[in-house]
Design a protein around this ligand. Structure first.
Ligand SMILES: Cc1cc2nc3c(=O)[nH]c(=O)nc-3n(C[C@H](O)[C@H](O)[C@H](O)COP(=O)(O)OP(=O)(O)OC[C@H]3O[C@@H](n4cnc5c(N)ncnc54)[C@H](O)[C@@H]3O)c2cc1C
Ligand code: SF4
Ligand code: SF4
Length: 390
């Protein structure tokens, strides 16, 4: 008697392992590939069942199993790797030199300045960024000029399904070469596409020339964040920006009528569930990663600077060009700053691993992570030895 082989229906497994397990980051990588899956607000919804066995939705999702080592070997030089923050060719403080550009940006405007330069120099023809969407909170947006780039600068801490827009560019020749601004989970999804792309997608993946990553501690679930704003009489359309200034331990919301502060402890309940299982705080799978420069005593000054990790040769070439064209002011960051960054990155990895083990019930089942991955193993071993020494 032949035993029937159980079919691996990608969409079904994605639903079980990711959507129903609270691991979905809302990155949008499984959306726009077929008519069956959509993003509604920041939730991924399966409209119709699909029985494909090798679905791209499963393969591209950053919360399904991946050979991360293979990915690291594909994208980065082995000598640049560190377990805490991934590949690093250089680590700097930076800001845009143009004061007009800096007016609307989150910190130093490094991200907007780099995307603008890449467009201007013809390195990319389209940039995919995130834009506030009145109905849905955040959505990805394709822009081709500096006006739209600058208009959409600044951070919104709710999830943006940016990668869905990349998927929807399928077959669009006029998109040309593409650059994407991505949080860590979005950058991982794009990297997985490079590793696992099926033949029909290869052209589009080849068009992806630049990924600028954003450091990411967590993101807010849109509904919870919106409810909290409502309870505090803050109209969503009145919000012009938000930040967590160094040393303040609070989230500041900027509106036309002034600034409102929320203790970070009150914001915990708004954090998207999936973020508690995320190990990456520095967008390890990007060409360049950019975050806030929280360092030293002069926080008000540093607030208008970024810290930046250059990860790939492509990233290095773009930074060299930005310096040559006078677009970016770049200085070597002090070693203490790098040590602080690595310490924070380790804390996030350890907390996420702990949450994963708590969820699965066993250190042998790390959900979307491979127990044998050398980086995962290293932090797992640290956690076990910490437990023993307590
Ligand atoms: C959800 C989230 C969490 C973050 N957490 C941290 C953190 O813990 N520590 C830290 O140092 N930095 C964090 N950052 C990054 C930080 O807020 C800045 O984006 C970064 O310092 C770059 O600053 P900038 O002045 O160069 O950006 P800008 O030049 O202003 O450009 C910002 C770019 O980010 C895009 N963007 C805005 N919101 C989103 C979003 N939700 N998803 C995807 N893209 C978006 C914009 O479209 C724009 O292109 C986070 C960002 C986000 C979006
Ligand atoms: S994490 Fe991204 S790819 Fe995975 S199910 Fe959620 S939206 Fe889709
Ligand atoms: S914390 Fe991780 S999962 Fe959450 S939005 Fe940031 S990168 Fe994505």
């Amino acid at each position: 008697m032949t035993i029937p082989v159980k079919k691996f229906i990608s969409q079904k497994i994605l639903k079980k392992e990711v959507l129903e397990s609270g691991l979905c980051t809302g990155c949008g990588a499984c959306v726009g590939l077929c008519p069956y899956q959509v993003i509604y607000h920041d939730r991924t919804v399966q409209l119709h069942a699909c029985d494909l066995e090798n679905g791209k939705c499963y393969d591209y999702c950053p919360r399904t199993s991946t050979d991360l080592n293979k990915l690291r070997n594909l994208l980065f030089d082995a000598g640049d790797m560190s377990p805490e923050i991934g590949a690093m060719k250089g680590y700097y403080f930076s800001r845009a030199t143009n004061p007009q550009l800096r007016e609307n940006v989150q910190h130093g405007g490094t991200v907007t300045a780099l995307m603008e330069l890449a467009l201007l120099e013809g390195l990319i023809d389209s940039a995919i960024i995130s834009s506030p969407d009145r109905e849905f909170g955040q959505s990805g947006l394709v822009v081709k000029d500096k006006v739209e780039l600058r208009k959409n600068a600044g951070s919104k801490f709710t999830v943006s399904p940016t990668v869905a827009v990349f998927n929807q560019l399928e077959g669009t020749k006029d998109a040309g070469n593409i650059g994407v601004v991505a949080t860590a989970c979005q950058a991982l999804a794009l990297a997985k596409m490079k590793l696992k792309s099926v033949k029909e997608d290869r052209g589009k993946i080849d068009q992806l020339k630049l990924v600028i990553g954003l450091y990411c501690g967590w993101a807010f679930a849109a509904q919870k964040f919106n409810d909290l704003m409502g309870q505090n009489d803050i109209a969503l359309e009145s919000i012009s920006g938000m930040d967590i200034p160094a040393g303040k331990n609070s989230l500041e919301i900027y509106t036309a009528t002034g600034t409102k502060s929320f203790p970070l402890s009150d914001m915990q309940e708004c954090i998207r569930n999936a973020c508690h299982y995320c190990l990456d705080s520095t967008a390890e799978y990007a060409d360049i990663s950019v975050g806030a420069a929280r360092f030293g005593d002069n926080w008000e000054e540093m607030r208008h600077w970024n810290q930046m990790i250059v990860r790939t040769q492509k990233g290095r070439d773009l930074i060299d060009l930005a310096i040559k064209r006078g677009v970016l002011e770049v200085k070597e960051a002090p070693t203490e700053s790098l040590l602080q960054l690595k310490k924070a990155a380790v804390e996030k990895k350890k907390a996420a691993l702990q949450n994963i083990i708590r969820k699965s019930g066993s250190a042998k089942n790390l959900l979307y992570l491979d127990c044998h991955d050398p980086v995962v193993q290293m932090f797992l071993a640290k956690q076990i030895s910490n437990k023993k020494s307590r």
